[in-house]
Unconditional design. Structure first.
Ligand code: FAD
Length: 361
């Protein structure tokens, strides 16, 4: 089999890339082995609305039946809860999505545009004069271009030996339970050794997530009621998320920022978390995945139509995103000074910069 572009990973970044490529007339094959049916990350800011509209994805988002996200409320720097109402946001409210349904919708949208979708896993790649020879779990193929949309695993970049810079490590300990509160907002609360957020999910569920140092994460997971004890010790989150037996067992996920040292090369390019992964405090991951899926696909189409400078332009855009992200997260971590001698906060403190937007409002 021969194709123009193989997109590895069908999360938001890969599905958008495949859709954009197919709409531009390329033969695009999208593959994913869909191992993680319980992906974390649910809040899509209203700022994504113009991008989703331009991509023709608003009806596909609606099809996945998201909940409205009408604002954030946070206790950060002191115990006072401060609200940010999205009613004043020119883009309107955001969404709390069901990840499985949202991603299934995005895959449908890629297929509607003409992309081919297959459940398969990337096993190996080699390059020769005909292009990339790719071994998938269900067979071999030849492709002119590869897009790495494999999320934090960055599987293609790893196989190509491209290094990944990891920021200060952080683990997210998350659990999903029944939503027993009518508040539609995301709540954020900083605590002595990390920070929490909770958000309502579609289908009457709620997610609660504790972000801590890796050493604390393994201790908390190994204690019989470690996560629930931490939840019970919060001032605000526990009011929306009672620390009782209704939660599924907590799971851990890598949540530190990371960045590929090279975003593209001869016949390949990375998008989404594979290229740039964000601390969830930024609430920027899915937006960036959609944006880089679009821009990455446009860059590939540019090169295929004889504009090699498109790759440098793409890298320049990612570099700007990365710099802005670093400034913003440093600013927000610096705003919490109550526990500055604790390892979690000490490692994250850096100089404050201008006021940005994030999960904190
Ligand atoms: C705790 C936490 C909370 C978060 N909260 C938010 C939030 O509220 N809002 C937000 O916008 N973002 C949030 N994020 C980030 C967000 O989830 C990611 O940024 C987003 O999923 C990135 O999309 P992606 O398409 O790049 O990668 P992914 O969604 O990770 O998709 C990558 C895909 O590649 C596939 N894959 C991997 N290896 C292979 C292989 N070898 N072959 C084939 N397929 C493969 C995987 O199965 C996966 O489906 C959060 C992240 C964390 C850790």
């Amino acid at each position: 089999m021969r194709t123009d572009v193989l997109v590895i990973g069908a999360g938001p970044a890969g599905a958008v890339a495949a859709r954009v490529l197919a709409k531009a007339g390329a033969r695009a094959l999208l593959v994913d082995d869909i191992r993680d049916t319980d992906k974390v990350g649910e809040s899509l800011p209203g700022a994504a609305r113009p991008l989703l509209r331009d991509l023709g994805l608003l009806p596909w988002l609606a099809q996945s039946k998201p909940r409205a996200c009408v604002g954030n409320v946070s206790a950060w720097g002191d115990d006072v809860l401060r609200a940010t109402d999205f009613i004043r946001d020119p883009n309107g409210s955001g969404w709390h999505v069901d990840r499985q349904r949202f991603e299934a919708s995005l895959r449908d949208a890629a297929q509607e545009a003409g992309a081919t979708w297959r459940t398969a896993r990337l096993k190996s790649v080699t390059r020769d004069e005909a292009g990339w020879q790719v071994q998938l779990s269900d067979g071999a193929l030849c492709t002119r271009w590869l897009i790495d949309a494999s999320g934090r695993s960055g599987i293609l970049a790893r196989k190509l030996g491209v290094a990944r810079t990891r920021d200060t490590p952080m683990i997210a300990l998350y659990a999903i339970g029944e939503n027993r509160h009518a508040d539609e907002r995301t709540m954020v609360e900083s605590v002595e050794d990390g920070w929490w957020y909770c958000a309502p999910l579609p289908q009457g569920r709620r997610i609660a997530v504790l972000h801590v140092e890796a050493s604390d994460a393994s201790r908390i997971l190994h204690e019989p009621h470690g996560w629930l004890d931490q939840l019970a010790a919060t001032r605000h989150i526990r009011l929306l998320c009672p620390a009782d037996a209704s939660w599924c067992p907590p799971r851990g996920a890598d949540a530190g920022g990371a960045c590929l040292q090279q975003w593209s090369g001869d016949g390949w390019l990375a998008v989404g978390d594979a290229a740039l992964a964000f601390d969830p405090l930024s609430s920027q991951g899915m937006f960036n995945a959609l944006y880089t899926g679009l821009r990455g696909a446009q860059a590939v189409m540019g090169v295929l139509s004889g504009q090699p400078d498109e790759l440098a332009r793409y890298s320049h855009q990612l570099s700007n995103v990365r710099q802005t992200y670093l400034r913003h997260t440093q600013y927000f971590y610096a705003a919490e000074q109550r526990w500055k001698h604790r390892p979690f906060w000490r490692r994250r403190h850096a100089e404050a910069t201008q006021m940005p937007r994030s999960r904190l409002g």
